[in-house]
Design a binder for this molecule. Sequence first.
Ligand code: ATP
Ligand code: MG
Ligand code: MG
Length: 342
Amino acid sequence: VFDDEKGNLILYKRDHIAFRYEIIRLLGQGSFGQVCECLDHKDNSKVAVKIIKNSKNLASQAQVEIKILKILNENDPNNEQSILHIKDSFIFRNHICIITELLGKNLYELQISKNFCSFPISLIKKFAIQILNAFKFLESLKIIHCDIKPENILLMPNERSKIKIADFGSSCLLSEKIFTYIQSRFYRAPEVLLGINYGCGIDMWSLGCVLVELANGKPLFPADCERELLQLIMEVKGFVPPDMLLQSIRKNKFFNQGEILPDKHGNIRKPLSVKFSEVVPGDYLFLDFVERCLEWEPWKRMTPEEALEHSWIKTHDTENILEKSLPSRLLRRKPFLIKKLV
Ligand code: ATP
Ligand code: MG
Ligand code: MG
């Protein structure tokens, strides 16, 4: 028996995977398995090895992950895009293993190490530019990442402020969408939540959430459940637009004949009771930028090309004289109760 009860391969430091990759340390653990830093004895280089749990469903999803990573490599032979590069993949003791280049901390770990302080807007902009260029590249290949969040954006070792997008484990080709319910909750786009046809625009929504989170040191929509998520979104954006509601096949989960259903805490938040400017710090250009990432309708959202032309991206930070920080009383948002069900 090589597996634990969750289907993870039991790993020991200094052990060798496939007689080649010596385990140095565990880098991360997720729903899909474990990621280790390893020494590749073939050329004495360090790599990351993602060892997928021993499960049929996860294995077939990992095959998609490998397929997409290979498409990305083929279209970026010189490794110039801000996208994780795959080196190899194989099956070891019934576990799919994906060997990739070794990257550094993820942005959530970076937030932890900075005690969840706000990141400087200039740094957030550097990250945004790299992510938008990566999105442009993904869109050109008709690939949706489907899981943009701080944990999946990784710093590059020894390269200041450089990042790469990782974890293509939920990704899909636009023409081969398998799942209808995707993305991590805080970063889930309204069209996914409501069950409406989705495309690359869902990554742009997540990016908007991530940028605000880095600027605030806390998630923009930290919802415990999907009802709470929709309510948090409506709190700043107003009621779901009628055309979207009409197309929604999941609207009964959130509304009863147009009435908002309480979330799992029994709360109902009032649409439009919080101003966007109260939850987004920084200058008006940053505010405008994230508002255009966070449009309800995916077709109204900026495309990566448009976003790269936005004045917030184009403006040098020294010119941002209007920069302001968020008053601390606004940082902790209490739900606005209009009805409490016991
Ligand atoms: P999730 O639960 O988010 O779907 P996952 O199980 O699909 O996660 P990954 O996101 O690929 O797994 O990896 C988990 C963590 O391991 C990442 O958040 C990151 O911190 C770390 N990690 C993954 N790949 C690398 C890499 N190439 N270099 C360094 N760290 C990595
Ligand atoms: Mg991940
Ligand atoms: Mg994943």
